[in-house]
Design a protein around this ligand. Structure first.
Ligand SMILES: C[S@@+](CC[C@H](N)C(=O)[O-])C[C@H]1O[C@@H](n2cnc3c(N)ncnc32)[C@H](O)[C@@H]1O
Length: 229
């Protein structure tokens, strides 16, 4: 099992997994990061799911795939990748419990490490929601290495998409400033220097077609046509 960095360790606390959906996906997203889960993140997650194989990176509680079962019905394989084995277990159980009938694979590794050979050019969609802001380091460097690893997992027509909370060039409200300080001190987040332009540059290094939009303090990105294929 790979060593678990503080960006992923906190999710082994049962209290965190139990309260994550309410605290992060409902309260924090609506009023602090100002990017609604229900009206923005979930529809965005569902929109790009491919029909053959989907990889979700940084799975947390599995809320997004478990609430996308109708959209996932045609997807034959869902692969979950996370540094923390507890989030992988919890997410798999939740997706199965929500009625997904296809194959679920779990990969316990860091997104900083290259994908195993068996996963190269396998996925028509790869999502990574709210993981980049957890990773140590800052944009463009940390995003660039993760994006390069994930790009290698895409089929030529595949799409990489996701979301991340920004720290640079955005106006956090008072509650946001408190959370940023707490989470960055604890090592759960590392995003004080994460700006939207650096994210865009990291994506453009590895993809020909990149769209980045911003809502509240959250960047939403879609990248197509990996340069390496
Ligand atoms: C904030 S949660 C995001 C959960 C979910 N995607 C969502 O949007 O609700 C971050 C996830 O990233 C995982 N994570 C943190 N560092 C990681 C790394 N280096 N490689 C892979 N996963 C990591 C954590 O274990 C956790 O499951």
């Amino acid at each position: 099992m790979p060593p678990i960095h503080s960006s992923a360790r906190v999710y082994s606390l049962p209290f965190v997994l139990r309260t994550y959906d309410f605290w992060v996906l409902y309260i924090t997203n609506n009023w602090i990061w100002r990017c609604s889960t229900r009206t923005v993140l979930l529809p965005f997650y569902q929109k790009h799911i491919g029909e053959s194989a989907h990889l979700d990176v940084g799975v947390g509680t599995g809320y997004l795939p478990a609430n996308s079962i109708e959209r996932l019905a045609k997807t034959k394989n869902v692969t979950l990748l996370d540094l923390n084995p507890d989030t992988l277990e919890a997410s798999e159980a939740r997706i199965r419990g929500a009625g997904y009938k296809g194959v679920i694979d779990k990969v316990n590794q860091s997104a900083f490490d290259p994908l195993p050979q068996s996963l190269r050019e396998k996925f028509d969609s790869i999502s990574t929601f709210y993981m980049l802001h957890c990773l140590p380091g800052s944009f463009p460097l940390k995003a660039s290495s993760v994006v390069a690893n994930l790009a290698a997992g895409l089929t030529p027509g595949g799409v990489l998409y996701g979301s991340t909370v920004l720290g640079k060039g955005v106006q956090h409200n008072w509650a946001g400033r408190i959370l940023m300080r707490l989470y960055n001190r604890a090592g759960t987040f590392s995003n004080y220097d994460d700006g939207v332009e650096d994210l865009e540059n990291a994506l453009k290094e590895h993809f020909e077609d990149v769209e980045v939009t911003q809502l509240g303090v959250v960047a939403l990105f879609v990248a197509r046509r990996p340069r390496s294929i």
